[in-house]
Design a protein around this ligand. Structure first.
Ligand code: AMP
Length: 181
């Protein structure tokens, strides 16, 4: 018999109270990334529903989405495309405005980062209000990508982000949830 699987991914997340400002519980994934077993497990579990599917690109959101998304792209033999804050990418870009908790910002990707019709998985470390991921889905769809799914290690369901993305018709995969902000 196989021994029971005892790796509890949740225990690898470090919580820092009142960072970066009072009232926020910062869910730090660097402690998960620092564990070879936990990092590998998180990557495997995030893409498990799409194992065997054709995935052309993984799109990662700056900056922690680059780390998780890069590992996922390698795992599923897909290309990687960065989605960045405006002004950081060197070539011609497409841009979209997205809502933050207070105000709006803009994010960009290279205009040839994804070809029309390519099948893309979107990745970030955490989904809170979903404003960032919603902007990324719009950006990808604007250039003709088929967004197969959005994957996050951590969900903060009280903020409704995963629900917002599902309402756009994009399946959402998360590995754990924490209450509150
Ligand atoms: P949102 O657009 O509200 O879904 O925010 C998601 C982005 O903000 C992600 O890129 C996260 O890395 C970051 N973020 C938001 N809230 C937290 C939190 N409590 N702990 C860590 N990162 C967070």
């Amino acid at each position: 018999m196989t021994p029971p699987d005892t790796l509890d991914l949740r225990s690898y997340i470090r919580t820092i109270a009142d960072y970066p400002k009072p009232g926020i519980q910062f869910r730090d994934i660097t402690t998960l990334l620092g564990s070879a077993r936990a990092f590998r497990r998180a990557v495997d579990e995030l893409v498990q529903p799409w194992a065997g599917s054709k995935i052309d690109k993984v799109a990662g959101i700056e900056a922690r989405g680059f780390i998780v998304g890069g590992a996922i792209a390698h795992q599923v033999s897909a290309g990687f495309v960065p989605i960045r804050k405006k002004g950081k990418l060197p070539y011609e870009t497409v841009r979209v405005a997205y809502s933050l908790e207070y105000g709006i910002d803009e994010m960009e990707m290279h205009k040839d980062g994804v070809a029309p019709g390519e099948r893309v998985i979107l990745v970030d470390d955490l989904i809170a209000t979903g404003g960032t991921a919603e902007g990324a889905v719009k950006l990808l769809r604007n250039i003709g990508a088929e967004v197969l799914a959005a994957c996050f290690i951590v969900d903060l369901p009280d903020l409704g982000g995963a629900e917002k993305i599902r309402k756009l018709g994009v399946p959402v995969r998360t590995l754990m949830a924490f209450e509150g902000h």
